[in-house]
Every structure is written in structure tokens, then in C-alpha cells.
Design a binder for this molecule. Structure first.
Ligand code: NAD
Length: 287
């Protein structure tokens, strides 16, 4: 059958293609976790397009990470790949020290790596709960802690940005929308919200900017099948006022802009990039 989700642009638009991102991040060094797939890949490529050198973290499938690195280099920047399971403290520390040894500094962390292990509460195992919390939440804590230590150590030695360092945590609309059958995932994203805000409050005096992006439904390998039938696609569209599924690039471009000095006064914010999913669309016709 035809893929109902293949209507990438949604209702027909006559808008021109997006121009290349300006050099918003020239000379900056960025590490993106979970960057060999989906949203992380699009973020790494957008940061490269905006002039940043990029580190591409992966846990499996190095060949995909190499492909992203090659695509990033086509923008004229340096790119290297780093294997690390973000839920493992020692691996995270090694990744950050290797990155700094290779690139000489760190200016941006996009903590994106995440996964789902879905089950109703009656069936969810402790392993499924622990796996999601350890990758999605503890992994972001470990990466943020390492990045903040590096930003503080660098102090004012960098002259590429007003902030001493920037972190973007990849959250989800499910930091706000409860999600039956996904209690581990929704809890991890709700935790990210408080972690991000608490760290933003603690680190802002050091001129370290920490924010989140909360994507809605984005077409990536993990969820593409979920919308493959017409019925599933129609149900999803009822939740998205803007009338289309998001593309990874929708998140990538926002991440590049949020890391730039145009956003220097954005601290501790969650940017919902969701086509209006968090607008409670069920109330559009008087509830
Ligand atoms: P994806 O599966 O394409 O990408 C997830 C990435 O995380 C992969 O590269 C994977 O290898 C990596 N990863 C998983 N476990 C890891 C670990 N232990 N250490 C290091 N890397 C690990 O999925 P995606 O949709 O691109 O998701 C990326 C992020 O966006 C996740 O945090 C996800 O929760 C969030 N998000 C996605 C959507 C969506 O609709 N796709 C919506 C909201 C939020």
C-alpha cells in the first residue's frame, strides 16, 4: 500500500526549499549523543551545516556513524565518531576526554540518545523500567555533568560564543503529556524537564546555557512503522493541528539556532517543536 505518512510536507505548500543555514556556530565544537540515527543525526548535520565541528556518538552500528561523519565533513567541518553507552559512567567520561583531546575544547552538548521499552504497567518488567531511565535520564545526567565540568575548566578561554557552553537536552512532548503504556518513557522525559531546569538554574551564573527541545511526532526509524496504516496515520493527525508528521530536520535546524548567540538569553526553556501537539487539539471544537 502507499505509505500514508509519505506526505512529507503535509498540505501542499508553495514555499521554497530552506536556504543553507548561516555560519551561526563557526569554530564551535559540538558533541551529539545518539547521532547515528534519526533526530541525533539531523542535529549533528545541522550543527555541521552551521559551521561547528561535530562528534558523533553511537553505541552500535559504527558504519552509520561514519556515514554521518562523512556527510558532516561535506559542510567543510571536522567530524569524528565516538562509541559510548551513555548510561555507563566510565564510557561517558572516556568519550568526553577523547573528544576534548581531539578537538581541543567543547562548546556544545546535545544530549539526544534515548529509547523506548513499551509495556502496560501490568506487564512492564523492572529491566524495562531501568533500561529507559538509565539511558534517557541517567545518560543525560552523566553527559551534562561531564560537559559542565569541561565548560567550567575552559572558563573564558573560548571566544566563539557569548556563553561558555551550551547544552540541549532532547526531551519529548511526553514531559508534559501523560502516556499510558509508556510509564518508563514519560517518567524519563518528565525527569529531564526538572533536571534541565535545575541545572540551568545552577549553571547560568557560570554563563552555561542549558535548555531542552521537546519534539512531537517525528519520523525516525524507531516509530515509522507505528504510522504505516491509514488508520494509525489518521489518528495521529487528529493530534497534530499543523497537519503533518515532523521530520528530523525540523529538530536539527531548531537545535542549531538554539545553540547560537541569537538565543543567548534563552536559559532553562523547553522549546516544543511539535506542530501544535501540546495545544490540546481535542479542545479545538469546544472540548
Ligand atoms: P532513534 O532510535 O532513531 O535514535 C536514538 C539514538 O539513540 C540512536 O542513535 C541510538 O543508537 C541511540 N542510543 C540508544 N541507546 C543508547 C545508549 N545507551 N548510548 C548511546 N546512544 C544510545 O530515535 P529518535 O526518534 O531519533 O530519538 C532521538 C531522541 O528524540 C530520543 O531521546 C527520543 O526520546 C527523542 N524523541 C523522539 C521523538 C520521535 O517522534 N521520534 C519524539 C520525542 C522525542
Amino acid at each position: 500500500m502507499t505509505d500514508p505518512a509519505a506526505n512529507r510536507a503535509g498540505p501542499q505548500t508553495k514555499a521554497p526549499a530552506l536556504p543553507r543555514l548561516p555560519n551561526l556556530l563557526a569554530g564551535q565544537k559540538a558533541l551529539v549523543t545518539g547521532a547515528n540515527s534519526g533526530i541525533g543525526k539531523a542535529v549533528a548535520l545541522a550543527l555541521a551545516e552551521a559551521g561547528a565541528d561535530v562528534g558523533i556518538n553511537y553505541v552500535v552500528k559504527p558504519e552509520e556513524a561514519e556515514e554521518v561523519a562523512t556527510a558532516a565533513r561535506a559542510f567543510g567541518v571536522n567530524a569524528r565518531i565516538y562509541q559510548a553507552d551513555v548510561s555507563q559512567e566510565a564510557q561517558v567520561l572516556t568519550m568526553f576526554s577523547s573528544f576534548v583531546a581531539d578537538f581541543g575544547a567543547l562548546d556544545i552538548l546535545v544530549a539526544n540518545a534515548g529509547l523506548q521499552r513499551d509495556a502496560s504497567i501490568a506487564k512492564m518488567t523492572l529491566d524495562e523500567w531501568n533500561k529507559v531511565i538509565s539511558v534517557n535520564l541517567t545518560g543525560q545526567f552523566l553527559c551534562a555533568r561531564a560537559a559542565i565540568a569541561q565548560f567550567r575548566a575552559q572558563g573564558d578561554t573560548r571566544s566563539v560564543s557569548r556563553a561558555r557552553g551550551k547544552i540541549i537536552d532532547m526531551s519529548s512532548v511526553h514531559q508534559m503529556i501523560p502516556w499510558a503504556g509508556h510509564v518508563n518513557y514519560a517518567t524519563s522525559k518528565g525527569g529531564i524537564m526538572m533536571m534541565m531546569q535545575s541545572l540551568a538554574q545552577e549553571c547560568a551564573p557560570d554563563r552555561i546555557r542549558i535548555n531542552s527541545i521537546a519534539p512531537g511526532a517525528i519520523r525516525t526509524p524507531i516509530n515509522h512503522d507505528a504510522w504505516a496504516t491509514q488508520d494509525a496515520y489518521d489518528k495521529l493527525m487528529a493530534l497534530i493541528p499543523y497537519g503533518r508528521i515532523g521530520e528530523p530536520e525540523d529538530i536539527g535546524k531548531v537545535a542549531a539556532w538554539l545553540c547560537s548567540d541569537y538565543c543567548d538569553y534563552i536559559v532553562g526553556a523547553t522549546l516544543f517543536v511539535d506542530g501544535g501537539m501540546t495545544l490540546f487539539p481535542g479542545f479545538a471544537t469546544n472540548g
